[in-house]
Design a protein around this ligand. Structure first.
Ligand SMILES: [Zn+2]
Length: 449
């Protein structure tokens, strides 16, 4: 029972994650007599109210059934209530499996969840593509969680985008909230008092739940045992400042147990305070530093290459940038308080990429010359510059298999050099995009029909 809490205490107290902390075991662990967690993607956290079970998050469409089976093995009572921390597919996609097992649970969620579901329908293929890219650069190992130090460069690319057209980003049959919460909502279910609190953080539809009798918080994705997902380059606005404020509000409750939707539950008031306040401080630092620089007239370029967090902060076992990263949060702060323009005048109304690339290539000796310099910069470890040059070469020679073979190699190096899943995924997709051009134009491809 206490294994999971002992593990998280040991990791936090020592500052060393000596085993993976983002686990997807699909197994239930009891944290208290009346409280259990199924570690999945996302976790589902279950409370026995004495009059049925309350499940906080439902895991994803493809993991929900195993989660439901684990819960049913734990207790014979039905799940009467589903509490959505937010409307991301990995938190609500399993709801159909709960509904298939236990008739018509009450579904509690923020009032923006329904708007999110509508948006997912409107932008279905866009969201499928994003997720293929985002999770396509790493090996998705169920037992280790999604982030691994995988050294195999070519093996794990996402499936071809032609496979996606028939799929639905939000699993079909996902339940919509039947009880919508705006700012706050208090309820009593069986013997359990629950306060739902809305705050924006990763999303605009996020709730965190306070159970005052047991001084327990269900934190959803406000706590993910990675650097906060407040920067994601491919998704809609995140709210790093409000995220930090929510963490401070949780800490002010003096919780004795906090259970996140990813990563480990944490026990002990002092330990919880330290974790919540460390994460809040990191986010607050990024927000205030970027805003100060914006007020000082800095460009986005200056801000991106000036603002960072200390290495010892990013080494904390609950702040490692293995999923999202501070540089992406900087962009989101800029987007939140500024506009999309980065203050470089030429990028207000830019030339087509291919046109500029053609001109630069013809000035410098052609796409080959650009790539030769790209490779030299890569060898000298300036992969940022190397990738710019490789892109220019690729745009100048969009169908040239030789050029794209070399561009692909540079992006594979880039992918290996980056710690975050989001960067790895996008750079792996760039390598794959060039590889597809190689395959289509090298003449060696015999399986086109
Ligand atoms: Zn999540």
């Amino acid at each position: 029972m206490a294994d999971l809490l002992d593990f998280s205490s040991r990791v936090i107290d020592s500052g060393v994650a000596d085993a993976p902390v983002n686990r997807v075991t699909q197994e239930l662990s009891e944290l208290r007599d009346d409280l259990a967690i199924v570690e999945s993607f996302s976790h589902s956290v279950v409370v026995d109210s004495g009059e049925g079970l309350i499940a906080f998050d439902t895991s994803a469409g493809n993991t929900g059934r195993a989660v439901v089976e684990e819960i049913a093995r734990w207790r014979s009572q039905p799940v009467t209530h589903l509490m959505y921390t937010h409307g991301h597919a990995d938190h609500v996609g399993g709801s159909r499996e709960f509904a298939a097992r236990w008739e018509s649970p009450v579904v509690v969620g923020h009032s923006n969840v329904a708007h999110r579901f509508d948006r997912y329908e409107r932008t279905n293929n866009w969201n499928l593509d994003i997720n293929l890219r985002q999770f396509g650069g790493i090996r998705a190992d169920l037992n280790l969680g999604l982030v691994t130090d995988d050294d195999d460069p070519a093996g794990d690319f996402a499936p071809a985008s032609s496979e996606r057209r028939w799929r639905s980003f939000l699993p079909k049959g996902t339940l919509r909230p039947t009880l919508e919460v705006d700012d706050h909502h208090s309820m009593t279910i069986g013997a359990v008092d629950i306060e739902a609190h809305h705050a924006r953080g990763e999303t605009d539809d996020h709730l965190w739940f306070w159970l005052p009798q047991s001084r327990t918080i269900m934190a959803g994705d406000f706590l993910i045992w990675n650097f906060p997902n407040a920067g994601n380059p491919q998704k809609v606005q995140r709210y790093p400042g409000e995220w930090a404020a929510a963490l401070r509000a949780m800490a002010a409750m003096d919780p004795e147990l906090i259970v996140p939707a990813h990563g480990l539950p944490i026990t002990g008031t002092e330990r919880i305070q330290r974790v919540l306040n460390d994460i809040a401080s990191a986010l607050e630092y990024l927000v205030s530093t970027v805003v100060n620089l914006m007020n000082d007239g800095a460009t986005l370029d200056e801000i991106i290459h000036t603002v960072s967090l200390p290495a010892d902060t990013l080494a904390l076992p609950y702040l490692r940038p293995l999923y999202d990263e501070p540089e992406f949060v900087v962009h989101n702060v800029w987007r939140m308080y500024g506009g999309w323009w980065d203050k470089a005048p030429s990028r207000l109304k830019p030339a087509p990429d291919a046109r500029l690339a053609e001109v630069l290539a013809s000035m410098t000796g052609g796409p080959d010359a650009l790539l030769t310099e790209a490779e030299r910069q890569a060898t000298a470890n300036d992969l940022r510059v190397a990738c710019h040059l490789a892109d220019l070469a690729g745009w100048a020679a969009p169908d040239d298999p030789e050029v794209h073979q070399r561009r692909s190699a540079i992006y594979l190096l880039r992918r290996k050099s980056e710690p975050s899943l989001m960067a790895k995924g996008i750079f792996a997709a760039a390598a794959k995009e060039s590889q597809a051009i190689v395959d289509a134009n090298s003449g060696a491809d015999t399986d086109k029909d």
